[in-house]
Ligand binder design. Structure first.
Ligand code: 5AD
Length: 363
């Protein structure tokens, strides 16, 4: 567990099984206080740019999987990415997140130059979320100025992981190895899981939460599993819906996601935790705000040009499909203020990342 964790594994399991709202309110309230004490009232906004929907992987749950031939694919140009980043600056965001499928068409040298330009033209922190890449790519991008990398491990249960991911060539590093590599390269490191993967038990999710603490992550993103009809796991989910659920199965529900967010906050008090788009897809009215009220402190507004949004359909009914960045930004800032919170200023690195860097780089 994280050295600052305020909760035991058995308590995590118990909370994940809890259904009484009154008792759950005490969990959410406690997570909210820990959030305030450790990372404050600022809500950091990270502008998300989905730079490519090409993917050479075939993960069984993801709409971008290679075998989903219905999806038409795009890759943004360097100029398009820079234009999105200028929007992020215009809205006062401190970070731009470049996300894509696992796309070998994103060449090391090309992205290196894009990152250099981004760092030259703006003061934005640059986060990458591009799947499993070679160490040499990760090193080059870090060297060019990339600050952070997000790579979810999806589930710490190796059996379940292998069931929902196509096999890789033997000898390649697994995601835990890659997270360690990212850390060695000096990235601020984020990971996360899906909540309610078919076959995921309460014990599995409790293990995931414990893993977050053990990995001492700087950023942790969680969202509900959402069944995509053009994926094998989405189809399996739909077919199973008329059978009685296994009582150990984690629900892919809004409530379960709030519980998981709150517990992650108790295990990793200093981490940056987004209230995710997947959560907002389950509750477009106020899912993002509810996430912010039970431990989260980050929102990732989507800055991908509207024309491409439908082609980045990881899961169906994604909350952001119609969200025009300017209008979304305005509403979001009003909602943050209504919660009694403030929009974060600057890059908004996790406090313990900064401590770690200070310890590593003698001044
Ligand atoms: N439902 C919910 N989340 C998904 N992701 C991919 N497919 C789905 C889905 N069907 C998440 C994965 C991935 C992140 C970018 O999106 O956790 O790491």
């Amino acid at each position: 567990m994280n050295r600052k964790s305020t909760i035991t594994k058995e308590q995590i399991r118990r909370w994940l099984r809890e259904t009484d709202w009154r008792r759950l309110d005490t969990l959410f309230g406690r997570a909210d206080r820990v959030r305030r004490d450790h990372v404050g009232d600022e809500v950091h906004l990270r502008g998300l740019v989905e730079i490519s929907s090409h993917c050479q992987r075939d993960c069984l749950y993801c709409g971008l999987r290679r075998q989903n031939r219905i999806l038409s694919r795009y890759r943004l140009s360097a100029e398009q990415i820079l234009a999105c980043a200028r929007r992020a600056v215009h809205y006062g965001y401190g970070t731009v997140v470049l996300q894509s499928g696992e796309d070998s068409g994103i060449r090391r040298e090309w992205l290196t130059e894009v990152i250099r330009q981004l760092k030259r033209q703006t003061h934005l922190a640059v986060t990458l979320s591009l799947g499993e890449r070679d160490r040499a790519d990760l090193a080059a991008w870090r060297h060019a100025g990339a600050d952070r990398y997000l790579l979810r491990f999806e589930t710490a249960n190796a059996h379940l992981y292998n069931r929902i991911h196509p096999p890789r060539r033997p000898g390649l590093p697994d995601r835990f190895d890659l997270l360690r590599t990212l850390r060695q390269l000096g990235y601020e490191v984020g990971s996360g899981v899906m909540v309610g993967i078919p076959g995921q038990t309460i014990d599995d999710l409790a293990d995931d939460i414990e893993w977050f603490g053990r990995l001492d992550l700087d950023m942790i993103g969680l969202g509900p599993f959402l069944a995509h009809p053009h994926t094998p796991l989405g189809q399996e989910y739909a077919e199973a819906s008329d059978r009685p659920a296994d009582p150990r199965q984690v629900a892919n529900s809004e409530l379960m996601t709030y519980k998981a967010i709150a517990l992650v906050r108790l295990v990793c008090p200093d981490a940056n935790i987004p209230s995710t788009t997947a959560l907002a897809s389950l509750n477009p009215q106020n899912g993002r705000e509810e996430g912010l009220r039970c431990g989260a402190n980050v929102i990732m507004p989507n800055l991908t040009p509207l024309a491409y949004r439908r082609q980045y359909e990881i899961y169906p009914a994604k909350a952001c499909l119609q969200e025009e960045p300017g209008r979304f930004d305005q509403q979001l800032k009003q909602r943050i203020a209504a919660l009694g919170r403030r929009v974060g200023v600057g890059p908004g690195a996790a406090p313990h990342y900064l401590e770690r860097r200070k310890a590593e780089v003698p001044s």
